[in-house]
Design a protein around this ligand. Structure first.
Ligand code: PLP
Length: 407
């Protein structure tokens, strides 16, 4: 490609590119920042500025930038077999291997994977499959999802409806019918004088109240991010999810953990449901599954749901052209190999998490004395083995940032 100067790129961008989640008119006036390179936890822009990427892309570059192994895995798979579908009784080796690897990593009996291109599509899949699950068991009326105000589950029609972002609902006539929301746990802002445990129970009771209001025979599933991300990071009280799990079991409501942000090590466990000690029936995965190097999402179903989907209701009338794309699967496998071989999740739990938590606690306690501020490990982290950043490379092992209010 011929080189294009930054100003021309910005002009072309303003003329031809509608940016997601942006005030596009203001952006066109200001000019977009054009990123050109990434290494470890740093990115560079077209003006030559080196930036610490505290967002890890969009909460997704879990192994950091510039890992050649992922490019090599993609290149090898593209050369050998760039594409084949998983429709019509076919699939490819990386797709099968990745399904098995995810089954091995995911907690409990979350053993069956369905692949999408993104977290949003994975949540769309969940909406349809859960309704189908109840319908083929003669309970078509059990079709209501309960999510949370300010929750984020993506930007497609179902994803944005399951989420509780009012600004998103306003655009496009959402939510779609039979989706309800309860208030999320936001102890720091909304807990008043309540202790953490008491507040956790109160928030979980909101789910029970809503199920009873709607009728347990109408409520299909509850969906939530173990730690809410897009709203600005709400860390739930430590007892919240166990209580949510108890309530879901009591009323036979499926429990969906949207691990799109939290998954693949961000809490120091592979999945945040393990950190909080609860067992989802269904899990949404994306982002860290490939460290953002290539788009991929997945839904993990437990045995109960998987068996019904596989054996009842005939052919599954759902799928994407790129479900289980072999190149994405090959990249995901390599990404997971790196996370495992380099013990990145363990490092997060035993080293970087506690270190950052300590720093965070010291900093935060000088500002907020009303509530004890303590860590939930790394909510937001990035791998930068080669970083020489003095504050974040104690072992030369990594970098991250955390924010939390639960012990
Ligand atoms: C919890 C959660 N679920 C779903 C999504 C949607 O994923 P995607 O943007 O890949 O569609 C996001 C994206 O940020 C997310 O944070």
């Amino acid at each position: 490609m011929d080189p294009i100067d930054t100003r021309t790129l910005q002009q072309l961008d303003a003329a031809h590119h509608l940016h997601p989640f942006n005030d596009n008119a203001a952006l066109a006036k200001r000019g977009t920042r054009i990123l050109t390179k990434g290494e470890g936890c740093y990115v560079w822009d077209a003006e030559g500025n080196k930036l610490l990427d505290a967002f890890a892309g969009l909460w997704c570059v879990n192994i950091g930038y510039g890992r050649k192994e992922l490019g090599e895995a993609a290149s090898k798979q593209m050369t050998q077999l760039a594409y084949y579908n998983s429709f019509f009784q076919c699939t490819t080796e990386p797709t099968v291997r990745l399904s098995a690897k995810l089954a091995e990593l995911c907690p409990g009996d979350l053993d069956l994977a369905f692949f999408s291109n993104s977290g949003s599509e994975a949540n769309d899949t969940i909406l349809r499959m859960v309704r189908h699950f109840w319908a083929v068991q003669d309970q078509p009326q059990k079709n209501i999802f309960i999510g949370r105000h300010n929750g984020y589950h993506g930007s497609t029609v179902a994803g944005a409806s399951l989420g509780g972002m009012k600004g998103m609902h306003k655009q496009g006539g959402l939510p779609i019918p039979d989706i309800h929301h309860i208030d999320p746990p936001f102890w720091f802002g909304d807990g008043g004088e309540m202790g953490e445990e008491e507040y956790g129970l109160l928030c979980a009771k909101r789910l029970e109240d809503k199920i009873l209001e709607l009728g347990p025979d109408r409520v299909a599933a509850f969906i939530g991010e173990p730690i809410m991300g897009a709203i600005g990071v709400y860390i739930p009280p430590k007892n919240y999810w166990k209580e949510i799990e108890r309530i879901c079991r009591k009323y036979d409501v499926l429990l969906v953990a949207d691990e799109v942000i939290c998954g693949f090590g961000r809490t120091g466990e592979w999945f945040a449901s393990q950190y909080y000690g609860f067992q989802p029936d269904i899990m949404t995965l994306a982002k860290g599954i490939t460290s953002g190097y290539i788009p991929l999402g997945a839904v993990m179903f437990n045995h109960r749901v998987a068996e019904v989907l596989a054996t009842r209701g005939g052919e599954l009338a759902h799928g994407y052209t790129y479900s289980g794309h072999p190149v994405c699967a090959a990249v995901a496998l390599e990404n997971i190999r790196i996370l495992q071989d380099e013990k990145i999740v363990d490092t997060c739990r035993v080293d970087i998490g506690p270190y950052l938590a300590e720093k965070w606690k010291a900093w935060a306690s000088t500002r907020w004395s009303a509530k004890p501020v303590s860590p939930a490990w790394l909510v937001h982290w990035n791998w930068c083995r080669k970083s020489r950043h003095a504050n974040f490379s104690r072992t030369g092992a990594g970098w991250g940032s955390c924010a939390a209010t639960s012990p």
